[in-house]
Structure formats: C-alpha cells, structure tokens
Design a protein around this ligand. Structure first.
Ligand code: NAD
Length: 324
C-alpha cells in the first residue's frame, strides 16, 4: 500500500487532500497543530504536533513515505497578512517549518516533497494594473512581493529547489492562486474574499447592503479546491519540479464577485465599499507553463465553485444560528 504524509492536514487544503489520497487508496498520516474544524479527518493516523519543533518533525517523518505534501504555514486572508502586525510570526513560523521538513525528509532519504508556495511571491510592480497583471512564472525576479508572507514563500521555494540541486531530492513547487471551496475558514478574521463574501451575503437580508473592502475594482482569480488538488497530485507525480502556477485564469473584480454571490443567493443586495486591507490591485494565474509541462490546466468555472461554496457557508451559518 502506498503511503503519504500530509503536513497541515488540519487545514483547508490539507483536509481535502487527505480525503482525496484515501480515495486513491493511500495509507495517510496527517499532522497539524489542530484537527480540521469543519470535517472529521479521514487520515489513518493524525498527529497533533508543532512542526516548528525539530523533534516533532523527525518523529512524524519516521519512514520513507511515497509522497509528502508540505502545506503547513502560518497564514490567513488579507486581514491577517497585510496589516503588518503578524509579519515576524508569519516569517519565523513558516520558514522554521520548511527548514525542519526538508532536513528530516533528506535524512530519511525521502525524495518527493510537494511544497505549496503562493502567488503572493510575485512582484508588486507587475500587479498594479487590475486589468493586466503579470503572473508568468519567469516574472518572479527581480523579486518584490507585497508582503512578508510572499517573501517567506520565495525563500522557501528556493530552499526546496536547492535541496533538489545539492542533495538529489525531487521536490515539486507550486504557486497556488487563491484556492477556495467548502470546508474552509469562513469567519474569524483568517477567511479569504470568496468565503467572506458568501458569509456576508448569506447573513444579509433581501434588499440589504454588504460591506466590501477597498474600491472593489481590485481583481483576482479563484480556483476551486478539487481542481487545486488535481494539479497538486499531477505535479508531484510528474518529472517537472516547477515552480508552476496552480490557479484559474478567470479574473474577476471583487465587486463583481460580490454581485455573483448575491445572484447565486437570489437576494437583491447592494455593495458598500469601505477602506480595508486589499493587497495588490490585480492578480490572475498564467497557465501557459502548467499546460505545456503537465498537459493539463483547470477548467471549472468560478460560478460552479462559488455555488457549492455559498450553499455550504449558508448552511453552516444557519446551523450556527440554530445552535446559538
Ligand atoms: P490553512 O491555514 O487552512 O492550513 C494550514 C495549516 O497549517 C493549518 O491547519 C495550521 O494549523 C497548520 N499549521 C500552521 N503552523 C503549524 C505548525 N507550526 N505545526 C503544525 N501545523 C501548522 O491554509 P490552506 O488554505 O489550507 O493552505 C495550505 C497551504 O497552501 C499553505 O502553505 C498556504 O500558504 C498555501 N497557499 C494557500 C492558498 C489559498 O488560497 N488557500 C494560496 C496560496 C498558497
């Protein structure tokens, strides 16, 4: 039986990945600081542990796993990453995890490790025009990410590739672009725009108004989590090391995304734009490289993913309401 190790298995993407690997027949160990809040884990073995501790990482990397997925990171949405208040934690915590994971995997002679970098590592100056952001993989340098979260991702993706060059490892690096879907964080401050808008619309009465951060003209693209995992497993099992974008090319302004959610809900809802952290002006995935190297790129529409996500968040909100 094939074995997989999912680090960050209590998180959003990690939780979905465990389910997927179980469906594929893997024996799966998950590790996280916490269990997933939204769904019971399907991992065969789930270790609650802090990956900043070298001893913990050595203990969970106790055999030669066929596949290792390193998704653990100190992260959140714009309200967590762009205020500046969490910069030292974000850099220290995530870099320490990646240093520990690579060291432990190398010493166990594990070769294949997937690392999730982020589109946040792309230079800010290429993302000032909301209609024409440039996120081609080779536009990464000279580097100028707009957050310390992006700088840490850049450092760590280089670290994984350095282990490939110097120690014969076969790490694979993807740059995720705004992954969303069911069973993700939707309140509490670490949620991202799709989930936050679904929550606001679901909580809003018909004819009411929701608040949207920024002028709403900033653009993004969003990828449904199932497609993200398809790209992730394909990349890990391929002979291409990356870094490569895993994202959608269907770019939309945040106000238009809010209108889409309102339309899905069937409610008549007005948008009130308020000052708030918003990140770069424009960001969109560029899928030319992944299509060339893997012969695959995501294809599900944003609307299809948002319909599933809205239905799930609306039911979670109703459940919370009934309990409270
Ligand atoms: P998430 O926050 O839901 O999952 C990350 C998990 O890592 C959390 O469950 C957290 O508890 C765990 N973790 C953090 N510090 C830890 C520690 N010291 N020890 C053990 N576990 C620890 O985030 P996600 O959306 O599932 O993202 C997974 C990965 O993908 C992250 O590396 C993230 O940076 C990257 N990424 C995500 C997106 C996105 O849109 N979701 C975009 C770009 C990159």
């Amino acid at each position: 039986m094939k074995t997989a190790l999912v680090l960050g298995a209590g998180g959003f993407i990690g939780g979905h990945l465990v389910k997927r690997l179980k469906r594929e027949g893997f024996w799966v160990r998950g590790v996280d600081l916490k269990f997933n809040e939204h769904a019971e884990t399907e991992a065969d073995d789930f270790v609650i542990g802090d990956l900043r501790e070298q001893s913990v990482v050595r203990a969970v990397v106790d055999r030669r796993f066929d596949e290792v997925y390193q998704l653990a990171a100190d992260m959140g949405g714009a309200g967590y990453v762009f205020t500046g208040e969490n910069d030292a934690d974000i850099m220290h915590n995530s870099a320490t995890i990646n240093l520990n994971v690579l060291d432990a995997c190398h010493k166990r002679n594990i070769k294949r490790v997937f690392y999730s970098s982020s589109a946040c590592m792309y230079p800010e100056h290429n993302q000032l025009d909301p209609d024409n952001p440039n996120c081609a993989e080779d536009s990464a340098y000279p580097a100028n990410p707009d957050s310390e979260y992006g700088w840490e991702k850049l450092f760590s993706e280089r670290l994984y590739l350095a282990y490939n060059r110097n120690f014969g490892m076969e790490c694979r690096v993807a740059r995720y672009h705004n992954i969303f879907g069911i069973e993700g964080t939707w309140d509490g401050g670490k949620e991202k725009a799709p989930a936050a808008l679904c929550r606001k619309v679901a909580a809003c009465p018909d004819g009411g108004t929701i608040e949207v951060w920024g002028d709403g003209l900033q653009t993004r693209s969003f990828l449904y989590v199932d497609e993200c995992l398809e790209g992730t497993t394909r990349l890990l099992r391929s002979d291409f090391e990356g870094p490569v974008n895993i994202g959608s090319e269907e770019m939309i302004s945040i106000n238009d995304l809010a209108r889409m959610v309102a339309d899905i809900s069937g409610k008549d809802i007005k948008i009130h734009n308020i000052p708030g952290p918003e990140g770069v002006r424009g960001r969109n995935s560029d899928n030319r490289l992944i299509a060339e190297k893997l012969g695959w790129e995501p294809s599900e529409t944003l609307r299809a993913g948002m319909e599933k996500t809205y239905a799930w968040i609306a039911s979670e909100l109703a459940r919370q309401h009934n309990q409270g």
